[in-house]
Design a protein around this ligand. Structure first.
Ligand code: FAD
Length: 466
């Protein structure tokens, strides 16, 4: 017997239950399919697509060059591939975005109509969204009870599976393989920063567990320290499963660090849970009163934010980190999102779109849930009066200014004390640092206190609750 495994966001061989099911069935044909209809409705961001191309190439090498790379309606492509090779089973790892579920449901029906068996498995979440409901069967809307009762109260996450033995069907010369990836200068730059492949993913996991897990709980908030795992792109593309990460930290560090780190994986689960149970999260505020939010139409402000030219150093450092590396530290993601939605009063959807285009770890659920959380419109949202002060955040979480200096080098000579708020530095300090505000570095786009007040007024007018 022959089985087809359809690789999607599970670009790995180990701990891949759907791939293991294909291997248990018989010979295996691996395939990746670009679905133009899905791409048109939900385009992959440029940075995400770049990583995916590299990840697919690494996977193809691990599969001895047998990966078929097809394009078109997946049901049609799978049916034709199955007919050609006499395959009777098609497997894939479940995805949970509402639009992917709709597509997969249609694919399953079409395959059943062609007398092909389709089998999907969970390889992307520690708990499926329907396994972590409240006792009354309703989905959770608040993180802490979701995680404590819904997740930790459920069956513990499955232990990771080894890579299955694969009897692969060689790719015939007329079956398309991956196209050689193009390499624009920005892609070459990202390529120097990241190692992409299943082996590299495991090296990154081991490196984190051995060197940075101890001290994670305290260190994770300081962007200059690099104390977080930076595993998010491997998880987003499925080069690591969350089960591999969850179990790798077991008893591998101080209990408070392990617990804190696992709770962050819990936020990933919570985001998927929210998007699954509240599909509206993708395009509309979860709190209905936010529909009346008087978002400002400010193309110049938005562009300055995107380019890291707002004149607020921690915000600019974060936005430049994103642009230059395809990644941004979590603390700074919160700060730049708060600045956009509160200080600039620009719609969170514009920010989420930019993140989706620039992040190598873009995950629709985590991105959308986090943006709504910061904007205050999400299920378990930050209270509306929580407006991050980027100058205070810089003083607290980048006290030596290493992070700001790395990404905003034009401020490098400014003393630490003024680095988060150069506009408040005395003229002689600026002169000594050789800094002319408005020329070498922008003056702040908005006054932090006045724009904060404007946001609070707008939220109060909506009747937003804490
Ligand atoms: P670590 O601190 O090492 O955490 C380990 C893992 O837990 C991460 O790899 C990630 O998978 C998960 N995780 C950690 N924090 C969160 C969180 N707050 N929400 C969900 N999962 C989390 N994360 C994404 O993976 N993709 C996104 O598109 C994304 N967009 C975001 C947008 C905004 C506005 C904000 C505030 C956060 C966003 N996050 C997103 C969450 C978080 O910032 C990243 O997961 C984290 O910075 C990744 O770095 P790390 O792997 O070193 O994290």
């Amino acid at each position: 017997p022959v089985a087809i495994h359809w690789f999607r966001n599970d670009l790995r061989l180990s701990d891949n239950p759907a791939l293991a099911a294909a291997a248990a069935h018989g010979r295996v044909i691996p395939v990746a399919i670009e679905d133009p209809a899905l791409v048109a409705a939900h385009p992959a961001g440029a940075a995400f697509a770049w990583w995916r191309g590299r990840a697919l190439a690494a996977l193809d090498r691990a599969l001895g060059g047998t990966l078929r790379a097809l394009r078109g309606d997946p049901a049609e492509a799978l049916r034709a591939l199955a007919a050609r090779h006499g395959a009777s089973l098609i497997t894939w790892t479940r995805a949970y975005e509402p639009w992917t579920i709709a597509r997969d449901t249609a694919v399953k029906a079409a395959l059943a109509g062609a007398r092909l068996q389709a089998r999907s498995a969970n390889g992307a979440l520690l708990w499926e969204p329907w396994e972590t409901l409240k006792p009354d069967g309703a989905p959770y809307r608040v993180f802490t009870p979701f995680y404590r009762r819904g997740c930790l109260g459920a069956a513990p996450p499955r232990r990771p599976l080894p890579a299955p033995h694969l009897d692969l069907v060689p790719r015939a010369p007329d079956e398309p393989g991956l196209a050689a990836p193009d390499e624009a200068p920005w892609q070459a730059r990202l390529g120097r920063l990241w190692r992409i492949g299943e082996d590299a993913a495991h090296d990154a996991l081991q490196g984190f567990v051995q060197e940075r897990l101890a001290g994670y709980a305290k260190g994770r908030d300081f962007p200059a320290l690099g104390r977080t795992s930076r595993l998010s792109p491997y998880l987003a593309h499925g080069q690591l499963s969350p089960n591999q990460v969850w179990h790798a930290v077991e008893a591998a560090g101080p209990p408070e660090d392990v617990a804190k780190f696992r709770a962050e994986l819990g936020w990933r689960e919570f985001s998927a849970h929210l998007l699954f149970h509240f599909p509206k999260l993708a395009h509309a505020p979860l709190r209905p009163e936010f529909a009346a939010m008087p978002w400002r139409d400010d193309p110049e402000g938005l562009e300055a934010w995107r380019r890291g030219r707002t004149g607020v150093p921690l915000v600019d450092a974060g936005m430049r980190e994103l642009w230059q590396t395809g990644y941004m530290h979590n603390r700074v993601r919160m700060v730049v999102a708060s600045f956009l939605t509160k200080n600039l009063l620009i719609d969170w959807r514009a920010g989420a779109r930019w993140f989706a285009d620039c992040l190598v770890d873009h995950s629709p659920a985590s991105n959308l849930a986090s943006w709504q959380w910061v904007a205050g419109s999400g299920a378990d949202a930050a209270p509306y009066f929580r407006v991050f002060n980027p100058a205070a955040q810089a003083a607290k979480f980048d006290p030596q200014g290493d992070y700001i200096r790395r990404f905003v080098p034009e401020l490098a000579r400014l003393p630490d004390r003024w680095l988060g708020a150069p506009w408040s530095a005395p003229a002689e300090v600026l002169a000594q640092a050789g800094l002319r505000l408005g020329r070498d570095y922008p003056r702040p786009l908005v006054d932090l206190a006045a724009s904060r007040q404007r946001a609070l007024d707008a939220h109060r007018a909506l009747g937003a609750k804490a």
